[in-house]
Design a protein around this ligand. Structure first.
Ligand SMILES: Cc1cc2nc3c(=O)[nH]c(=O)nc-3n(C[C@H](O)[C@H](O)[C@H](O)COP(=O)(O)OP(=O)(O)OC[C@H]3O[C@@H](n4cnc5c(N)ncnc54)[C@H](O)[C@@H]3O)c2cc1C
Length: 383
């Protein structure tokens, strides 16, 4: 079957683009979205720093006006207002997106269809082999993730495992999101706990590791169950849902574009912010720009390259974390203790000004950053 546009993968990026194409009506190219899952489940939650105008606000399930960063001996609680840290359950997003796509006469979503091949161009058409036959189109947006992370493909990997639990009695404070509670660094791995309470009885608790290698969720099980036991202090609880992920943390993680009519997008193709792994809001911004381009009869767009200052800061930050993992707790504590939250939110949301970058750089412990800058210069001179 021939189409104008094929979107491969109907997760966050594929559906974000499709729902925006649905919103532009008849200007949308005639599109087929192929997704290998037969149905959607609540497989993840997306959190992000939200300003009052942030898109998809109506899907936000919970907001936190306070966040904390801590170690066993030090804790910083930050009042984020007027900003908030917001959470969207993925199923709310999937369901609404599927509904919007179903109402469009220009876009079709085929669930349960697996793409088997790398798209091949013959003449001016791309051909894709799938579990239900061959599809062709003038343009392709490929959002399929890397199946098995190749360790060498990222400077650091963020691996995490979480349970959403329900306790029989109130134990949580739903006004504070615990962003990072650091454990002692062992074997060069930065390990921290993340706790997002959505009520006094219910919370998502996760264990996250930043390390050179991607970790399977099984290897994080013990840390997670110990963390939950500590937090619920022997009270009974039930696990409502489990989520896990492996996210690349790599400056310059952009796939080269081979043809303007074939674009890779999503988590592994520039969708994730290198220094944090946050991707949801970046994917939304990309989807908006890409849909506008397609609506104007232009080819699809890639994720934009981050500004030079941000790329340099993210790169330096990741190299420092990689080389001095034991300093990570102090680096993150210093950031939240010394820098105004508005600057941090702009930095985390890719909106940092040069002055934000300068203030953040000056708040961090200088030694590892200066040493890393000199080592990088030495490496460049004597590779
Ligand atoms: C558990 C979890 C929690 C996260 N939390 C946050 C967060 O709080 N904030 C944040 O900013 N980011 C978060 N992220 C990172 C990022 O936002 C998500 O990974 C996001 O879903 C990435 O979107 P994507 O479209 O690139 O990938 P996905 O959403 O994974 O979509 C890719 C789609 O491609 C489909 N697919 C794969 N192979 C094929 C094939 N061969 N044929 C057809 N379809 C295929 C998959 O089934 C999937 O639906 C989280 C990630 C995970 C895994």
């Amino acid at each position: 079957m021939q189409h104008e546009l094929l979107i491969l993968g109907g997760g966050c990026a594929g559906l974000s683009l499709a729902r925006r194409l649905a919103a532009i009506g008849q200007r949308s190219p005639e599109t087929l979205l192929l997704e290998k899952r037969a149905s959607y489940t609540n497989d993840r939650t997306w959190c992000f720093w939200s300003e009052p105008t942030a898109e998809l606000n109506h899907l936000v399930y919970h907001r936190w006006a306070n966040i904390s960063v801590s170690t066993d001996i030090d804790k910083e609680v930050v009042d984020c207002r007027p900003f908030t840290y917001a959470m969207i359950p993925s199923l709310a997003f999937y369901d609404e997106s599927v509904e919007k796509v179903a109402q469009s006469t220009k876009i079709k979503l085929d669930l349960g269809v697996s793409v088997h091949s790398t798209p091949q161009k013959i003449g001016n058409l791309w051909f894709v082999e799938t579990s239900t036959g061959t599809h062709s189109a003038r343009m392709v947006v490929d959002t399929r993730p890397t199946e098995v992370p190749n360790h060498k493909e990222s400077l650091l990997w963020q691996s995490f495992l979480g349970h959403e639990i329900e306790c029989s009695v109130p134990v949580f404070d739903p006004s504070i999101a615990e962003l990072m509670h650091f454990a002692t660094v062992r074997e060069g791995r930065i390990l921290f706990f993340y706790l997002l309470p959505t009520s006094t009885n219910r919370a998502l608790l996760e264990v996250t590791v930043f390390a050179e290698e991607a970790l399977a969720p099984e290897s994080l099980k013990k840390e997670l169950s110990d963390f939950i036991d500590r937090r619920v202090q022997g009270l009974s609880y039930t696990v409502q849902r489990t989520e896990n992920g492996i996210l690349p943390m790599n400056p310059g993680f952009l796939s080269p574009q081979i043809d303007p009519t074939y674009v890779k997008a999503g988590l592994f193709s520039g969708g994730a912010r290198p220094s944090s792994g946050y991707a949801f809001q970046r994917i939304q911004r990309w989807a908006e720009t890409c849909a506008q381009a397609l609506g104007a009869g232009k080819p699809p767009t890639m994720h934009p390259m981050d500004p030079m200052a941000l790329r340099m800061m993210d790169g330096l930050f990741l190299r420092v974390l990689n080389r001095y993992p034991e300093m990570a707790p102090n680096i993150f504590l210093a950031l939240f203790q010394k820098v105004n939250i508005a600057r941090i939110v702009r930095f985390m949301s890719d909106q940092a000004t040069l002055s934000d970058c300068a203030v953040i750089a000056s708040a961090l412990p200088p030694m590892p950053f200066i040493t890393e800058i000199f080592s990088a210069r030495r490496r460049a001179k004597y590779p």
